[in-house]
Design a protein around this ligand. Sequence first.
Ligand code: ADP
Ligand code: MG
Length: 475
Amino acid sequence: MTKSAQAVWDNCLSFIKDNITPQAYKTWFEPIKVVKLTDAALSIQVPSKFFYEWLEEHYVQLLKVALHKELGESAKLVYVIKMENTYGNSQPFTEKIPSANRTSLKSQEVDAPLKNKNPELKNPFVIPGIRNLQIESQLNPNYNFDNFLEGDSNRLARSAGMAVANKPGGTSFNPLLIFGGVGLGKTHLAHAIGVQIKDKYPEKTVLYISAEKFTQQYIESVKKNNRNDFIHFYQVIDILIVDDIQLLSGKAGTQDVFFHIFNHLHQNGKQVILTSDKAPVDMQDIEQRLLSRFKWGLSAELQHPGFETRISIIKHKLYQDGVEMPEEIVEFLANNIKTNIRELEGAIISLIAHSSFNKKEITLDLAKKIVDNYVKHTKREVSIDYIQKIVSDYFQMDVDTLQSKTRKRHIVQARQLAMFFAKKLTKASLASIGSQIGQRDHATVLHACKTVDNLASTDKQFRKYVEDLNKKLTV
Ligand code: ADP
Ligand code: MG
């Protein structure tokens, strides 16, 4: 009498179900599909290599007993891993997931005999070599410590970064949060730490990811119904670097999942490195429990570089590009671009480009023209916080009042103006504007924009508000 694969597996499942928690059963056994039964070898399909490893590590005895009961001592279990390669690619987690009906092409069979000849192997399912998870770290080797020049403005962050790189997970700087304004080197420093760790500990799994991409992956995983895989993928990382975590603001689901990943990594002595354009106290719409985690380690600020540092960054850049520039021009640049190293680099690049295209020498005159243009064209984006501050000051109220739930007309109008300018002057989405201006939804923001437009064309007094504020916000 031969049993069908499904019947055998169903019996195994009911045995397993009685022996573990419903949650564990749901997570680890419901996603398994039975594939076939050949002789005493039962093939089951699991969603990922990680999944397979997890089963191996936690449920091997249970599986073994269940299978032996059904198929006798000669029972074998064969794993078929669906979506192989999904996690090891240069695009972690998202994108290249093959569509479900093509998976058979991509499947990898792992033959795992229950009866192992080697009695020393504790786990009879273990296949040597299969455990090496290969995760591309997404690090940019051009961002390293050697070319991250030191100055007073970054000394603390840089040396904390070094300490972490030398002993990831082994310092009290966990998490290490690097914060500071736009273009001050957060991303560069975060990569540098990762690059150095990879250099020193090649066996460690390092992953760099922007919070934006993390969010997209998370949303994708919810859509595809593999949120657990998503979490597990991140839980096996040794050093997790998340760039621009302020972008998690207002995204409750992503924050929640990140919270769990963070806790898991932290508890297991793994290193977490975060960057943000704000200090933790100033982060809006980030859950308190997550914020308090950020404060467990060290928050190190990248400040505006001083004159000397700006000079050495320029010189270093010129040296790297093999370009020479008179000292007075270097100083001119350093004197005129102060708050953003990216702009400083941008000005140098356009200066070099102009001079080489037009076969002109780099003169102070040319430098002046370029800096004028450059600074005009790259007017920094105003932040939503700044807009709220300017609007509240203008109407002589504080920001809390502006954000409050009151329906008082002048407060509502101020709030609507803040939303209108946030939409006009930043790249933030309606939803994100709403969540930053008093926890409103995107429809409220849209309504505010329309109302301001209408009032500005019908109400003289109101038009003056718009004009005044526009001046204040755009000069
Ligand atoms: P952020 O992530 O804070 O916006 P980035 O890390 O992208 O800033 O840095 C902007 C540019 O400035 C990058 O090209 C980076 O290499 C350069 N930069 C920043 N800080 C330094 C530094 N200390 N030494 C050399 N280059 C720097
Ligand atoms: Mg950055």
